[in-house]
Design a protein around this ligand. Structure first.
Ligand SMILES: Cc1cc2nc3c(=O)[nH]c(=O)nc-3n(C[C@H](O)[C@H](O)[C@H](O)COP(=O)(O)OP(=O)(O)OC[C@H]3O[C@@H](n4cnc5c(N)ncnc54)[C@H](O)[C@@H]3O)c2cc1C
Length: 399
């Protein structure tokens, strides 16, 4: 089913990832990763360091959800800690926030080693509201962070350094970041150890369980015999499961043309608490990417008419926030994609009902961070090592 529509900015305006061949013969490996979006690229890069790994994608790498991501890299989850307290203990929540910080540092270490070719930058974040009803939520989140050692500060109209009005905001100076998700995917794939084991245009249409593993069969009938399969297919989990694994939402984005002499305080990553909400950031060539206006995803897929209205709404919101952009900001790209949510906001990244098939499906608005950490859960499973957070990511909590 189609879950991306429009012209995702990140893959449309870039040099392409070098192309890889399609699979022409039967092969064997220890681990087969199906799907070469950012999740599959992360799994491939890290697992190929110690295992015999093959990566396949049915199309081109990084073209679907990956290129839709606004790529705000944040350590908090979609919901505030207080809203998640029925799902996770205080210890779980602090572990998960620390996991986010750890994952961002891990990306930074990768960049230090392989060069910053994906515009990775550390940035502050601001989550803000203009509604009296939501002020309390921001206070509670501030208190949670303070009590558990995470830095943040409250912004009010009296100390607001931004040009737009807000009633209350939570500003976090350190620890969060941004990058270009397509270029990061490209870097991960092109620096992976298993260059001769990477295939594009190779769709897996069937998985057959065997006594000691799985045989994956491609659209053109080639067979890949492996011990474990990692399913990094985004929302195409139908290969093994016909059930809906998470609640799905469509989120809409527009990207402006570059705007001369325009920026905001510290190039902060911005998010409001409106319903529907909005999130935005500045891109390296001074474009603005703004997303949100989410709607429910249903089996009928993404409707063009609805999407066009949502792009207009995002543009109106941008002008409301920054009236000086009137006659200056022009929409260059518009696109939308679907993402999944689970009740604890974390992905499905562990064994399925079948021990030889591992899900690697990131969920929520900071899926990239989830994946960066959860590849260590996969590595643990392959090496019989338990990971402290694996139960929080386990599909068993849903199935
Ligand atoms: C508009 C939007 C904004 C977002 N913003 C953020 C953000 O700010 N920060 C953040 O962290 N996350 C964000 N996300 C979420 C993020 O985009 C996802 O977590 C991430 O892209 C998921 O990557 P993926 O590799 O799982 O999926 P995809 O990029 O969709 O990749 C799946 C791949 O699997 C391949 N595939 C599928 N089926 C098969 C098959 N049978 N055989 C072979 N290959 C197959 C597909 O061709 C595809 O390339 C956002 C998502 C959207 C839609």
């Amino acid at each position: 089913m189609e879950y991306v529509k429009g012209r995702p900015f990140f893959c449309f305006n870039k040099t392409l990832i070098k192309s890889y061949p399609y699979l022409k013969k039967d092969i064997e490996c220890d681990v087969l990763i199906i799907g070469g979006g950012i999740d599959g690229a992360i799994a491939n890069f890290y697992l190929a360091q110690n295992h015999d790994v093959v990566l396949v994608d049915k199309g081109r790498f990084g073209y679907l959800c990956t290129s839709c991501a606004t790529a705000l890299l944040e350590y908090q989850l979609d919901a505030f800690a207080n809203d998640l307290s029925t799902e996770m203990t205080n210890n779980d929540l602090t572990d998960v926030y620390n996991m986010g910080l750890y994952a961002i540092n891990k990306i930074e270490s990768f960049i230090k080693k392989y060069g910053n070719k994906c515009y990775f930058n550390k940035r502050p974040t601001l989550i803000f509201t203009n509604s009296i009803l939501d002020e309390n939520k921001i206070e509670q989140e501030y208190n949670f962070r303070k009590q558990n050692g995470f830095n943040s500060k409250i912004i009010t109209p009296n100390n607001n350094p931004f040009s737009f009005e807000l009633k209350k905001g939570l500003y976090c100076e350190d620890g969060e970041a941004e990058l270009d998700p397509y270029l990061f995917t490209k870097q991960l794939i092109e620096n992976a150890k298993n260059q001769k084991r990477i295939y594009e245009n190779t769709e897996i249409t069937k998985l057959v369980n065997t006594k000691d593993g799985v045989i994956a069969i491609s659209h053109y009938s080639q067979q890949i015999k492996c011990k474990k399969v990692v399913l990094a297919t985004g929302f195409n989990w139908e290969l093994i499961n016909k059930h809906n694994l998470c609640e799905r939402t469509i989120t809409y984005s527009i990207v402006t043309k570059p705007i001369k002499n325009f920026s905001w305080y510290n190039n902060t990553l911005l998010q409001d608490l409106n319903s529907p909400y909005h999130y935005l950031r500045l891109l390296p060539d001074n474009r603005i990417i703004i997303g949100g206006e989410d709607t429910k995803f249903n089996e009928k897929g993404i409707k063009e008419k609805v999407a066009l209205k949502k792009y207009d709404k995002l543009y109106d919101y941008l002008l409301e926030l920054f009236p000086s952009l009137q006659n200056k900001a022009e929409i260059d790209y518009s696109f939308c994609g679907s993402f999944g949510s689970t009740t604890n906001n974390l992905g499905l990244m562990e064994e399925t009902e079948n021990k030889n098939i591992l899900y690697f499906i990131s969920c929520g608005a900071n899926g990239i961070i989830n994946a960066m950490y959860a590849v260590e859960i996969l590595d643990g499973i392959l090496n019989n090592r338990k990971n402290k957070l694996e139960n929080l990511f386990s599909p068993k909590r849903i199935l």
